[in-house]
Design a protein around this ligand. Structure first.
Ligand SMILES: Cc1cc2nc3c(=O)[nH]c(=O)nc-3n(C[C@H](O)[C@H](O)[C@H](O)COP(=O)(O)O)c2cc1C
Length: 186
């Protein structure tokens, strides 16, 4: 697939099956992430890769977060939270490791850089025939989940990237006209 086709046709795939990406595919995915634009070369990116029992541990954290939010939560809702990471054979959390108090590179720029890394990872996945979807949900911002994943005070979970083999049909791409989004100062 050529680069422009990939850029124009990236498509999320929510239905994902095993096997998880291979070691070679993952290496290519991380190498794409590490080329994200990065002001002052802070490399403000970290990744936590969940597969196998790791997905179950992440699910436990989600359920714990749900319970702490509301101890009256029904079991059904706790179980739904527990199962969320199991929707794919692999989930990669993309974390912005923010260096605070850098006037020239505010937190926003560091988080954006991690967002670019996540986008590059989606692209690298699709380029290799994998399916991928960027999710956050409220768990990405939850104190229990953040603590359980060992995040520092200034770190942000930018994405939970769900990765695997495409398990469904690609949805039609939306028709969007650049003219609707672009203002030109000539
Ligand atoms: C920061 C961010 C967080 C997102 N979180 C979720 C989410 O929690 N659940 C969800 O269904 N989609 C989420 N999405 C949207 C999907 O990843 C996807 O972009 C959307 O379904 C549109 O599909 P497309 O990417 O193929 O255009 C998120 C996207 C971004 C950029």
């Amino acid at each position: 697939m050529d680069a422009m086709t990939l850029l124009h046709e990236r498509n999320s795939m929510g239905k994902l099956m095993g096997p998880a990406p291979s070691a070679e595919q993952l290496d290519a995915i991380y190498r794409a992430a590490l080329r994200a634009p990065d002001h002052k070369e802070l490399t403000p990116w970290r990744f936590i890769e969940f597969s196998g029992e790791g997905l179950e541990r992440l699910g436990e954290l989600f359920a714990e977060a749900e319970y702490r939010e509301d101890p009256q939560t029904e079991d059904k809702k706790l179980n739904a939270a527990r199962k969320k990471p199991l929707r794919a054979p692999m989930v990669i959390a993309v974390i912005a490791k923010v260096t605070p108090e850098l006037p020239k590179v505010p937190k926003l720029e560091q988080v954006l850089s991690a967002g670019c890394a996540a986008h590059a990872m989606l692209m690298a996945a699709q380029a290799q025939g994998l399916g991928a979807m960027w999710r956050t949900g409220h768990f990405a911002f939850d104190a229990t989940v953040r603590k359980g994943m060992g995040l520092g005070e200034h770190d942000e979970i930018v994405a939970f990237l769900y990765l695997g083999q495409p398990g469904g049909r690609n949805k039609p791409l939306p028709e969007r006209d650049p003219a609707d989004f672009v203002e030109r100062w000539n």
